[in-house]
Design a protein around this ligand. Sequence first.
Ligand SMILES: [Ca+2]
Ligand SMILES: [Ca+2]
Length: 185
Amino acid sequence: MEKKYSIAQARQQLSAIVREAERAGAVRITRSGQVVARLVSEREFLRLARRKRRIDWGTMLIDTRRDVEVRDLNNDGVSEVVAASLGSGGGSTIGEKCIVQFQGWTPIVLHRVKFEDNEGTWGIRDNRYFSRSVSWEFTDLDNDGNADLVEEVITQKGRNNRDPIITKVRRKFLFKNNRFVRYAD
Ligand SMILES: [Ca+2]
Ligand SMILES: [Ca+2]
């Protein structure tokens, strides 16, 4: 449980409160008995700030049989790693292609797309057949010298004893400030 301190206590005991925040992650600051602020340790702040973009590596497997590419799209000395995680079984494949950067050993996901394929179970002429494949091309879209992303997602839906329906979607993303931002040209 995070401890509570009034503003008056905080004023007098700041260094003790900072140590408490470092120990517990955060402490709560109250005014007239109501919590109005939280003092968060740097470590806790970093954990909270990146939690949503983290991959749970415990449940994912980087598939090194597929290409793992190390690039530096924006020439800043920080690598962008292109990799795929993969799960498969029973004739189905499901996975995610992602572009990550590493902060120390912590992967930060910049972009991710799911792919899947159940051809091994149903074959492509069954109406339960479905696949989604993703291909990426890194090319400079806005001529600033840094590579950007052109993504093509192809989905195939099976039909009984007929060729599947194929849909292609192309999306473009600029790589700016270490983020991929949708780009319409
Ligand atoms: Ca880079
Ligand atoms: Ca560019």
